[in-house]
Ligand binder design. Structure first.
Ligand SMILES: [Fe+2]
Length: 367
């Protein structure tokens, strides 16, 4: 979209675009969003202009458009100058409320058969130039990726994770190595017990964005992993059970984690949506759900809605089941997919950790 013409008015600047749409930008907004070297630091991209502490004289002396630098220049009565790129004006051409990053719904899946272009790459491919893009795009599209032929060591797994970003610290530490023979496990994850579908961190305000798991030693029977697309369940419930969907968008469910000297608790609806009703996060952990009580009528409705979600998540036909074998590293979107594990006998040693959501989004923006 190119600029056809501009027109200065008392209240602001009108821009007529090549598709004949018109955008009206107020003078104050234009000055506040100036990208000149004085107003926006050229390296840090942080705003330098202070639009609020001094009352700026926003009377306009002259406005002109420069095709070569693809910018609009504004000279104010006080002789200062603002610059705004066509790109910024184009991005801001239609007013809208800022929205959180929505989950990508190009390949939601209700069964493993619906996973298109199976998200698997080799360790060598990931660690080579451009490999990270394939890896991240898989995670963004279907919610997970498997990296195969990975050296069966904690070091290689950590290197892989650090291709994305620094590893997040949590109550369980940062990058960790553990097995199922801990004397005093502080979470079911560190035992041999089955774990039903859940997302991690319902008891923290900012749940981990991604989780990576690598089973580096395995001498066991059972312990298969299951992944379930929470976004697909959300969309199914939105269409087939709209009242229940609404309840799960609106009622904050408390999650908790308790051990000696620690009591974490956070509250979030099962489906977090933005102002456009797009899903931005799915949070579900029945094991970690803390006590809460609503008015009886609403509590009944909540239980009905929660049961629908629970049963869909536990429906094995919706689950992608696989074995975490040494060499195969799983990374999944903990804001979208639920994960589960069958019980096992024998020994296994795992390693892995978490990434923050914003670091995943940051990498997606910059690759
Ligand atoms: Fe988990």
């Amino acid at each position: 979209m190119l600029i056809k013409s501009i027109e200065s008015l008392d209240k602001g600047l009108n821009v007529l675009w090549s598709n004949n749409s018109l955008s009206s930008y107020p003078w104050f907004w234009l000055r506040d969003h100036s990208e000149s070297q004085e107003d926006l630091h050229p390296d840090t991209k942080q705003r330098q202009i202070d639009s609020f502490s001094v009352s700026l004289n926003n009377s306009v002396n002259k406005v002109w458009l420069d095709e070569s630098s693809e910018s609009i220049f504004i000279k104010w009565e006080d002789q200062s100058e603002s610059t705004l790129s066509f790109e910024l004006l184009k991005t801001m051409s239609v007013p809208s409320l800022p929205q959180s990053y929505t989950l990508n719904s190009t390949n939601t899946w209700n069964s493993s058969n619906e996973i298109k272009d199976f998200p698997e790459i080799t360790y060598q491919e990931l660690m080579s130039d451009g490999g990270i893009k394939t890896w991240l795009k898989h995670i963004q599209r279907v919610g997970f990726a498997l990296v195969i032929k990975t050296p069966e060591t904690p070091e290689a797994t950590k290197d892989l994770m650090e291709k994305m970003a620094y590893i997040r610290n949590s109550i369980f530490g940062g990058f960790s190595v553990w097995d199922n023979k801990l004397e005093n496990p502080d979470d079911t994850a560190f035992t041999s017990l089955a774990i039903e579908p859940h997302t991690d961190g319902t008891y923290v305000h900012d749940a981990p964005g991604l989780q990576t798991l690598h089973c580096i030693k395995r001498d066991s029977i059972g312990g298969e992993n299951q992944l379930i697309d929470g976004l697909a369940i959300a969309e199914k419930m939105r269409h087939e059970h709209p009242d229940s969907f609404e309840i799960l968008c609106n009622i904050n469910i408390p999650g908790r984690y308790i051990k000696p000297d620690t009591y974490l608790e956070a509250h979030r609806p099962l489906f977090r949506v933005n102002d456009n009703d797009d899903i931005i996060q799915v949070s579900f952990n029945n094991h970690d759900r803390a006590p809460f009580r609503l008015e009886n009528n609403l509590m009944d409705k909540f239980y009905d809605a929660y049961k629908i979600f629970h049963n869909l998540a536990n429906d094995t036909s919706r689950q992608f089941e696989f074995m975490l074998d040494p060499g195969k590293v799983l990374t999944f979107d903990n804001w979208r997919l639920l994960h589960a594990r069958s019980s096992l006998t024998g020994y296994r040693q795992l390693c892995g950790g978490y990434h923050n959501r914003e670091d995943f989004e940051s990498k997606l923006r910059s690759i």
